[in-house]
Design a protein. Structure first.
Length: 349
């Protein structure tokens, strides 16, 4: 098949825009050929279980799924009865960017809270942690956080532990959306389990697609209290892959060695380089600290559209002239420097 796109065009819209890392493609090829039992009873999915336990502890159980929305919906659904509700930041992906899937497909109520930086705190959770036993209110039975957050900020291990303790004391469980978990681990300089298993997280979504996979995500159950009925819910929610070996092979390629770390470290470094290149330009301000692979900037009038002629990226809050620039595993220094030059020209510096 001929190439249908301009493979030289680069952008900063999303870490989903990048291609597949060659080592992940090699892993898919290696898993091909011959017959393997379908629906996860294959050698690659069994091996992935061992890989994941090496990162999260021997109690961990991994369930590959197709995408991040599916991972979040099924993970949260496994924590809740039909009358359950989830407390989350208003900016959370499950609230803003999943088309209402948690509520429409998962059948759960989202109780959202305004946050200054995308991060929940025990005090913010308390705004919605009430009404147990009231038949007129959806029952708050889970808290969901994102690491790194939709605003590119990070929770420390201590902050997650405080949230887990607070949730557990009130009979709630803690879910973590880890679409960019690798970027967070690199930025914190900590292994995954330090701010997940050891911090009291009950269940998490483990991201692969944003960090070099073709399309591979997983749910990791970390505590005995979480994941009830997950093997049934995954099928019920159309997230059970028949040829699961090809999803598992991608995740093995990322997490068995250090590919996850190399890719995330590079993406984070490119975001830091981009911020440093434009932070002194006139009229350019920053909405949040750049702690992982996303840069959130406020630009003078007209600048975003001028730069978008050459590089695609999204408005984050158009009314505030706030944009989001995402770096990924294949963002190059030359990409960043050319983009920064375009911003510099657009602001007239």
């Amino acid at each position: 098949m001929q190439t249908l796109h301009d493979s030289d065009r680069r952008g900063f819209a999303s870490d989903n825009y990048s291609g597949v890392h060659p080592e992940v493609l090699d892993a898919i090829v290696a898993a091909n050929g011959g017959h393997q039992t379908a629906y996860g009873a294959d050698d690659y999915t069994a091996h992935l279980q061992r890989v994941v336990r090496g990162h999260f502890g021997e109690q961990a159980a991994v369930f590959p799924v197709f995408n991040g929305t599916g991972a979040n919906v099924v993970a949260l659904q496994s924590l809740l009865p039909r009358w359950g509700a989830v407390i989350a930041a208003k900016s959370a992906h499950i609230n803003v960017d999943e088309g209402g899937a948690p509520e429409r497909v998962g059948g759960m109520k989202l109780l959202t809270v305004d946050t200054p930086d995308g991060k929940l705190t025990p005090e913010l959770v308390e705004q919605e942690a009430w009404g147990w036993g009231d038949e007129h209110r959806a029952q708050p039975l889970a808290v969901s956080i994102t690491q790194s957050t939709e605003l590119g900020t990070l929770y420390t291990a201590d902050e997650i532990r405080a949230l887990a303790d607070h949730a557990h004391e009130r009979g709630m469980l803690l879910h973590l959306d880890g679409a960019r978990l690798s970027n967070a681990a690199v930025a914190l300089g900590q292994p995954f389990r330090a701010f997940t298993t050891d911090a009291g997280v009950d269940i998490l979504s483990l991201g692969g697609t944003k960090n070099g996979a073709m399309g591979a995500e997983a749910v990791v159950v970390l505590s005995a209290r979480a994941g009830e009925g997950f093997v049934y819910l995954r099928k019920l929610n159309m997230q059970l892959a028949s040829k699961m070996r090809f999803i598992s092979a991608q995740l093995i390629a990322l997490f068995e060695g250090d590919l996850w770390e190399r890719n995330a470290a590079h993406a984070n470094a490119m975001a830091a380089r981009l911020r440093a290149a434009v932070e002194q330009l006139p009229g350019v301000e920053f909405a949040y600290p750049t702690q992982s692979n996303g840069v959130f900037a406020r630009l003078p009038e007209g600048v975003a559209d001028a730069v978008r002629d050459a590089f695609f990226f999204y408005d984050w809050n158009a009314s505030a002239r706030e944009v989001r620039w995402m770096c990924t595993w294949d963002t190059t220094e030359a990409d960043v420097d050319a983009f920064a030059a375009a911003v510099r020209q657009a602001v007239g510096a």
